[in-house]
Design a protein around this ligand. Sequence first.
Ligand code: FES
Length: 201
Amino acid sequence: MSLKEVYNEQPNIFKFSDKNQKIVDEILKKYPNNNKKSAVMPLLYLAQKQNDNWIPLAAMKYIAKFLSIPYINVYEIATFYSMYNLSPVGKYFIQVCTTSPCLIRGADKLVKVCKEKISSKERKLSENKRCSWMEVECLGACVNAPMMQVNNDYYEDLNENNANKIVESLLNDKPLKPGSYRGRRNTSPEKDKNLNGNSSK
Ligand code: FES
């Protein structure tokens, strides 16, 4: 897991768009009046979505002021959780799960593909600036290991060969379809197999 770097070119101001401000108002309704500060995580996530998938320092300051909490508290949260990006990511942001179940099923090969095709370092944009990647902890799809998340989609049951094709497709802005690459439906057994992995015929 790489250390997060705060991007060195920061915008001076941040403000939620009118559309997102309405979403902020809805989010705040979920929290008691004396605990509005608990909305800090969804607000950070919304700020990230508004700003091309990364959070500038100005957004942290804006949220701190908006929720009347110290800026350092917002900064601590934004730097702790891997779901928050503090520098620009590619149009296709690839998160490779390298927790044990994925690792023993070959996640290291997916990392190798990302290093070779996108950038040798995590969080660095590809030369054409379309893709970036990082290692993450379990994404909750262990049954379909190894897997990677691209923006909001899961690509599962992967190997080096199809990971190569997927990353190529992203670099060319023609993404292949997400889902299982062994033809499984969600987490169901593979075709003609029962839950024990034996042929059902
Ligand atoms: S270990 Fe990779 S998704 Fe859970």
